[in-house]
Ligand binder design. Structure first.
Ligand SMILES: [Fe+2]
Length: 157
């Protein structure tokens, strides 16, 4: 078993059963008491949002990552090739959601402790950004093996 912070262990346990079980309660618990969040997770990359790998499932079913967003940073418009779930550990996250025609249907702001999404069938299309002044740290689960972490998650438009 890979080392894991105890505050993330229940989340990893729930993720083992995704996408057929629910991980929202475990995700919310990890967001409301983010003892796993280390100082380096608040250090972003001025060039683009920065992904920190927190845990890799030894059977290659999922990864847990933190993503650090400096003020003003934004993701591309994207869907997902794999199941995913995420929420906010620190800061304020803006999520714009789009329909299949790429029309924006919703813009919402999520704060620390909030679960943003659980996309089990890869239908969600969204764009995530940090419109606040403070650094944003989000917590993500992706149903992808570590080897495909950079190429196997997002579906770009
Ligand atoms: Fe996404």
């Amino acid at each position: 078993m890979n080392p894991i912070h105890p505050a993330l262990a229940p989340l990893a346990q729930a993720a083992r059963h995704m996408p057929y079980a629910d991980c929202v309660d475990a995700l919310r618990a990890a967001l409301r008491a983010p003892a796993w969040l280390r100082p380096e997770h608040r250090v972003g990359d001025p060039a683009r949002y920065m992904r920190h790998v927190l845990y890799v499932d030894p059977e290659d079913r999922f990864v847990i990552t933190a993503i650090t967003w400096l003020a003003g940073q934004v993701s591309p418009l994207h869907g997902h090739q794999v199941w995913c779930a995420f929420g906010v550990a620190e800061g304020e996250l803006t999520e714009e959601r789009f329909d299949a025609s790429l029309r924006r249907v919703e813009t919402r702001t999520l704060r620390a402790g909030h679960v943003a999404e659980r996309d089990v069938d890869g239908k969600a299309i969204h764009r995530v950004s940090n419109r606040g002044a403070a650094t944003l740290v989000s917590l993500h689960l992706y149903g992808v093996c570590a080897a495909k972490l950079t190429t196997g998650i997002n579906r770009l438009y």
